[in-house]
Design a protein around this ligand. Sequence first.
Ligand SMILES: [Zn+2]
Length: 169
Amino acid sequence: MRCPFCKEDNDKVIDSRSAEGGKSIRRRRECLVCKRRYTTYERAEDAIKLAVIKRDGSRVPYDRGKMLEGIRQAAYKRPITAERLEQVVDEVEEWLVTRFEKEVSSQTIGERLATVLRRVDKVAYVRFASVYRQFEDVGDFIEEAQDVMQRAGDDVPGQQNLFEGTPEP
Ligand SMILES: [Zn+2]
């Protein structure tokens, strides 16, 4: 971001928060050249310009559709509306844009999605978590699944069908 005072393009973000009820992101910045501070606003629909760092270190542009597709698969045959899935992604996006400006790891996105999804549907959460962790450790996955089922008690309908419809790894 070009400094409005000295016109140099070298700043750091001091603080980011959503404004106008999530419609824009307000960032407080400090110019690293002249040390003056200024505020910028970005419209929310323009804001997701993050580079996503994948596990192998490569970078890809942020893609909302991929996130949605990931949780849609996890929510297969679960009582979650398409609108609710969009809301999950909205919530994750708001979290992302107030914390990251240029890049974020795919792992961070995956963990945040899992956290939000957990509140929405426990079965979808376990499926999603298992996929994004790519079954790197099967023991971890089973532990996680048992943990969720224990805490959920009897209030998770269809928990015996946990593995039905789980996307192929
Ligand atoms: Zn400056």
